[in-house]
Design a protein. Structure first.
Lengths: 196, 190
């Protein structure tokens, strides 16, 4: 029951306030109101004593924790799945790439003229050259394939208006599919949270 | 000043495994007592509390720091306790020993700490009466009383855990305590 400063709360409401006050869960204005009522009402003070005795009695039945419990828990902690994933995701691919680069250098770059200022510097230069060359080759291939794809599409669309409609429908469906795949992990996470 | 629970969780996830012990230390008393109230057996309460801590540790990377650690811990504990109760089909333990036991029937001896023998006996009787009164409460009230007084959760935390409006939690706790007050009557005015 909502009360204002000018409304006198009834005894039922005051009993509720007493109970919540013993749990330190009563708001400031209501607490002040209650304190004022307690001063003038012996019935309310008696009720408070009884409720305080009940709160204390409920606390009495607590059992002690066994002395070895803490040590037992710590000793039996498992190796959690998240502990095994300590390394960042990109570390393994980078390590493999470097390994391949090193292998390429050792097998393909064994000619003396490639080592300029010692084996270490020569190796680093070779790795950089190798990465540069593969990036250029890869970019060139990608550019060529996109150009080829573009030419092909242009021809396809020019043949008939229906072809354009068909292509547009395909694009829309593919986008919807990607959207649904992106949303699925969020829904799974939300369901997991609810379960927890 | 003690670091908040969420900060400890972050440190454990960063590799400081020992800091999980800090969380265990903070919550072991409340967790064991909450489970004791639910399972009515001290050994089972300790065993299940250990299981709960291990489950929490295993799932620590899934903890959502937007919510309180205590709420998460006691949600896991509540589910574990309910599973255990279902599996074992727990019966209420009588405070009276069966008559065919050696020494005959009588009340369980429970510890008391009052100076006189009369006060000792009265405390034993009171403790048993309180336990019985809590057990006899309807489940929804018993659960909230247990979460407040033994798990020591705040009203807000209980509302979050039970997915109940705060006003409902307050009203049910009040009603539950009124029922206990009626049952326990004389024991509260000693």
């Amino acid at each position: 029951m909502k009360t204002t400063a000018n409304t006198m709360p009834n005894i039922a409401t005051l009993s509720e306030w007493l109970d919540w006050d013993l749990d330190d869960e009563l708001g400031g204005a209501e607490k002040a109101h209650l304190e004022a009522q307690l001063e003038s009402s012996s019935e309310l003070r008696c009720e408070r004593r009884t409720l305080a005795a009940l709160h204390a009695a409920l606390e009495e039945g607590r059992i002690p924790v066994q002395p070895q419990f803490h040590a037992r828990v710590m000793a039996s902690l498992p190796v959690a799945a998240w502990e095994a994933q300590r390394f960042p995701a990109w570390a393994l691919p980078l390590a493999v790439m470097l390994l391949f680069a090193l292998g390429a250098v050792l097998t393909l770059g064994s000619a003396g003229h490639l080592v300029t200022e010692g084996p270490v510097v020569g190796t680093v230069v070779m790795v950089v050259d190798f990465l540069g060359a593969t990036t250029m080759a890869g970019a060139g291939l990608v550019a060529a394939s996109w150009q080829g794809l573009g030419l092909g599409l242009e021809e396809f669309i020019a043949e008939s208006g229906l072809n354009l409609l068909g292509l547009a429908t395909l694009v829309v469906f593919v986008n919807l599919l990607f959207l649904s795949m992106l949303r699925r992990p969020k829904a799974v996470r939300a369901a997991e949270r609810e379960e927890r | 000043m003690e670091p908040p629970d969420e900060a400890l969780v972050a440190s454990v996830l960063d590799g400081e495994r020992d800091l999980f012990g800090e969380l265990v230390g903070r919550y072991q008393g409340r967790l064991v007592n909450y489970l004791f109230r639910m399972l009515q057996n001290e050994e089972d309460a300790h065993d299940l509390a250990q299981e709960v801590f291990l489950k929490i540790y295993d799932a620590l990377d899934r903890f959502d720091s937007r919510f309180r650690f205590s709420t998460w811990l006691f949600r896991v504990a509540q589910n574990a306790a309910i599973d255990q109760i279902r599996k074992r089909r727990l019966k209420l333990v009588s405070i009276h020993r069966p008559d065919d036991e050696e020494g005959g029937g009588g009340e369980w001896e429970l510890p008391g700490n009052e100076p006189t023998p009369y006060q000792d006996a009265r405390n034993v009787e009171r403790g048993a009466a309180i336990r019985e009164a809590i057990e006899e409460l309807p489940w929804e009230y018993k659960e909230l009383i247990t979460l407040r007084h033994y798990a020591e959760l705040s009203y807000d935390e209980i509302a979050t855990l039970k997915q109940m409006p705060l006003g409902t939690v307050k009203n049910k706790l009040f009603r539950g305590r009124q029922m206990l007050k009626e049952k326990l009557g004389d024991y509260l005015t000693d």
